[in-house]
Design a protein around this ligand. Structure first.
Ligand code: 4AZ
Length: 263
């Protein structure tokens, strides 16, 4: 109930912003276009971000993102894997479009979910998939546990995914990307109260909103300095002012993840 109310407020803010922009500008078709997935982002390709994987069901319908960290290991969000079985999931690499048929499709032989995971708001939102088929794509490296400085407030982070165009909207057919600044723990605690757990999460987004991950971007990468530093996890709606996106703080889990990647 709380979340729904806040999400509706967020949508109202976006509509008001678009209306103001269209009034202020004489000819600005972009300003009145429908909100974009990875709200505020631009289109990109799997060739540009070869480590970004579609996580799909057995019909190859994408529902989450993931990051290829070795030829047969993909980091994603635990909440993406709840109620899933290894036999029901596919990982697709090299495919820019959700409705594409190209690229490499792999079955999954193992789903590791962080044993402490129960809900996005209580942390530990990390999972590692083992693939049956090696992916012939460039992998991403991920942060080590000592690299906590990457999250310094205001650091530019890149988000990438096929998520919805707005809160409760429809998914994007083409892969999209944007950059957002990391947000301090004190600021994110002010936004989310006790549901923001600084040890397990990191926030990113502009104070004014407008650029964010959204539904369907979950599990995908938050890249800082070209290294995987976070996993798209949750937030109150998408792209609203004062409500940044929340990502799994990967430095907290890098040792556990490294063990899974090596297994
Ligand atoms: C989701 O439901 C989701 N704005 C992902 C990211 C954000 C909110 C929700 C962050 O998958």
């Amino acid at each position: 109930m709380f979340g729904l109310t806040r999400a509706k407020k967020a949508a109202a803010v976006l509509v008001a912003t678009a209306a103001a922009a269209s009034t202020a500008l004489i000819a600005a078709p972009a300003a009145v276009a429908a909100p974009q997935p990875i709200v505020g982002g631009t289109t990109t390709t799997a060739a540009t971000y070869p480590f970004v994987m579609q996580i799909t069901d057995a019909s190859q319908d994408q529902f989450c993102g993931g990051t290829l960290v070795s030829a047969t290991k993909v980091v994603t969000a635990a909440h993406c894997m709840v109620d899933e079985t290894a036999s029901g999931v596919r990982v697709v690499g090299g495919r820019t479009f959700r409705n594409g048929t190209n690229g490499t499709v792999s079955r999954v032989t193992k789903i590791w979910i962080h044993p402490g995971y129960s809900d996005t708001t209580t942390g530990d939102d990390v999972a590692v998939l083992t693939l049956a088929t090696a992916m012939p794509y460039t992998t991403a490296s991920f942060v080590t546990s000592s690299q906590t400085g990457v999250y310094a407030a205001g650091t530019t982070a890149r988000i990438i995914g096929w998520g919805t165009t707005s809160s409760n909207g429809s998914s994007s057919n083409q892969l999209r990307t944007a950059t957002v600044p990391t947000v301090s723990n004190s600021s994110c605690s002010s936004s989310y109260g006790s549901q923001y757990i600084a040890s397990d999460m990191v926030c990113a987004g502009f104070t004014s909103g407008g650029t964010d991950t959204c539904q369907g971007d979950s599990g995908g990468p938050l890249m800082i300095g070209g290294v995987l530093a976070g996993i798209t996890s949750w937030g109150d709606g998408c792209a609203a002012a004062g409500l940044p996106g929340i990502y799994t703080r990967l430095t907290t889990y890098s040792s556990l993840v490294a063990t899974q990647v090596a297994s």
